[in-house]
Design a protein. Structure first.
Length: 140
């Protein structure tokens, strides 16, 4: 698996070069980094390189809603490594409460709850890359 530190190094190389894109792959993932035309902006498209067995998310109750990643980036459950997570299973949230951070292009984007409810599952892994539309939380 391509680790975050290596990915960040490649993003820096791309930003500091005249290259338009870089493609990385290993036995699990294939990642393509592209400049989108403005200096320093990078788009990340992560695709599985091979079909891998992906653990299924816990079964959602009919009333559960899924909060999905609005952007591609690195998922963080807390504002800093030594801080408490914004939310955990069983925590009640209100619409607009920050539930996590997604770091994209060195910007920390606070992701907010879209409705009132209770967190029933955390579906992403802290410190891992998430894709656009990837489920992050289940809320009832």
């Amino acid at each position: 698996m391509i680790d975050i530190a290596t990915l960040k190094e490649y993003i820096k190389v791309l930003e500091d070069s005249s290259l338009a894109s870089i493609e990385l792959s290993d036995e699990i993932n294939s990642i393509r980094l592209e400049k989108n035309g403005t200096a320093g902006c990078v788009a990340v498209n992560a695709q599985p390189a091979a079909v891998a067995e992906v653990p299924e998310a816990p079964a959602a109750a009919d009333s559960d809603k899924t909060l999905k990643a609005p952007i591609v980036g690195v998922f963080y459950t807390a504002p800093s490594p030594d801080a408490q997570p914004y939310v955990s299973v069983g925590k009640k949230v209100k619409k607009g409460d920050v539930v996590c951070i997604i770091e994209a292009m060195k910007c920390m984007n606070e992701i907010q709850a879209e409705e009132d409810g209770e967190i029933t599952a955390v579906l992403a892994i802290n410190g891992e890359l998430v894709e656009y539309g990837q489920p992050l939380f289940q809320i009832r």
